[in-house]
Design a protein around this ligand. Structure first.
Ligand SMILES: Cc1cc2nc3c(=O)[nH]c(=O)nc-3n(C[C@H](O)[C@H](O)[C@H](O)COP(=O)(O)OP(=O)(O)OC[C@H]3O[C@@H](n4cnc5c(N)ncnc54)[C@H](O)[C@@H]3O)c2cc1C
Length: 414
């Protein structure tokens, strides 16, 4: 029987960052995943470390947008009709959390994590000799109408209050930054402090390599085998059973698979999303990720090509892929930027693990000694992985947490 101080379940960006922070604090740590580090949701994102995030994604505030989604005409969201009965309570809570006052509250509660996001990546990437994957050109959000830009006023006011750098640009100024874009938009905001990742898989792998170099143990195993073997927790791995006094569950969208078995039900939903890479046409190139706000897609320059990521899809996590949103946004994306041939035959599908209040759970599990939770990072798991790693490692080792962890407690659902 092998023993370790702490088992971290899930080697996505969140679990890998946690494991690295723990091992740096002198704990013996095993990081367990059924596949390689970073091959789950953390593989397929838009690669933006969005320390600039203020308001979370919100339920549509106007009926026209909602009607287009319901009629399946919107690129912003898609849904499986059969999934609606299951997701309705979550959507009702999401709508309540999307009221203007609640959005401001969320922005304030999440600020300490976002404010720390870039610095934590910078230091982990430096240690892991992975800074070559980080781009420091910010990210550019494009708006096709003046009304869309006017609607940003509350966000820009908060940005000023929080001290988050951004530059409002007219079309020509934006085109000076990104000459390969077509002038099909009206204006833009350049969030200059955001960092982009050219290869999210390689970045998580580099953090995992750093974890191993510090003495951490990486193992393949099925997290669903987690059970109490008093007084410890036990997980079955390819190397045999592994015991530890503490376990961190950081399985992203798969976390409920384990928690349900322990009698713990937290209201997590998934917002699925797709990506596909495209080869460049001629010399066309982007210098930073670009969001087309009206269409909800991002074009991100990456190692494998230009990665086009979609908005959200409400469907069961394991339901078959229905990448209709890629079809919906492709004409607009091609109009904006000269995308060449697709690199892969099929689109990649991932599932953002989301709570309706857009806050992750980073806390002890209720009523389960030695069980810790770190999941539900929604649209910002890449961004928040290393900051989450620091926070939970500080909590677990009795250090003073860098911010008040209460807003991220699982207790808020009980
Ligand atoms: C299209 C899209 C675009 C996105 N863009 C961005 C972005 O630009 N910026 C940003 O910050 N975030 C973005 N996100 C969100 C971000 O990717 C996620 O929040 C993040 O990857 C979640 O990380 P995680 O470590 O919690 O989960 P994961 O990366 O999914 O890791 C969970 C791990 O658990 C493992 N696992 C599952 N079940 C088991 C089991 N039974 N046994 C053992 N192991 C198991 C999996 O193999 C996986 O490695 C995007 C997401 C999508 C879908």
């Amino acid at each position: 029987m092998a023993r370790t101080d702490i088992i971290v379940l899930g080697a996505g960006i969140v679990g890998t960052s946690i494991a690295t922070h723990l091992v740096k604090r002198g704990m013996s740590v095993a990081l367990v995943d059924r596949q390689g580090a970073g091959e789950g949701t953390s593989y397929g994102n838009a690669g933006i470390i969005e320390g600039n995030t203020i308001f979370p994604a919100a339920f549509p505030a106007d009926w026209a947008t909602l009607a287009r989604i319901v009629l399946k005409r919107s690129p912003l969201a898609n849904y499986h009709l059969s999934h609606l009965p299951r997701i309705t309570p979550w959507l009702v809570a999401f709508r309540a959390a999307s009221q203007p006052a609640r959005l401001i509250e969320t922005a304030q509660l999440m600020r300490p994590l976002f404010a720390r996001a870039v610095a934590e990546h910078e230091s982990l990437a430096a240690e892991a000799e992975a800074t070559r994957y980080l781009g420091r050109n910010g990210w550019l959000k494009l708006y096709r109408t003046q009304e869309a830009l006017d609607g940003l006023a509350p966000e820009l006011e908060l940005a000023e209050r929080f001290g988050i750098a951004n530059v409002a640009l007219d079309r020509d100024e934006a085109l000076a930054l990104e000459p390969a874009l077509a002038p099909v938009f009206r204006c833009a905001v350049h969030w200059t402090g955001a960092v982009s990742v050219s290869d999210p898989l390689a970045l998580t792998r580099a953090y995992a390599t750093r974890f191993a170099a510090l003495g951490g143990l990486m193992l393949n195993g099925d997290a669903r085998t987690l059970h109490r073997a008093s007084p410890h927790w036990r997980v079955e791995t390819v190397a045999g059973p592994l015991d530890a006094g503490d376990v961190v569950v950081a399985l992203g969208p798969w976390t409920p698979d384990v928690l349900r078995r322990l009698g713990l039900r937290l209201p997590l939903a998934v917002k699925r999303g797709y990506h596909r890479h495209f080869r460049p046409q001629g010399n066309a190139a982007l210098n930073r990720p670009v969001l087309d706000a009206a269409n909800g897609y991002v074009l991100a320059p990456m190692a494998r090509g230009t990665r086009l990521t979609t908005g959200v899809e409400f469907a069961a996590r394991d339901a078959s892929p229905t990448p209709v949103q890629l079809d919906r946004v492709l004409p607009a994306a091609r109009e904006l930027f000269a995308l060449g041939e697709p690199v892969e035959k099929e689109a990649w599908l991932g599932a953002r693990p989301c709570f309706a209040d857009s806050r992750p759970v980073i806390s002890r599990a209720p009523q389960q000694r030695g069980l810790w939770l770190a999941f539900g990072h929604a649209h910002w798991g890449l961004t928040l992985g290393p900051a989450t790693g620091r926070l939970i490692a500080e909590m677990m080792t009795g250090a003073t947490p860098f911010c008040d962890p209460k807003p991220y407690s699982a207790e808020r659902f009980l």
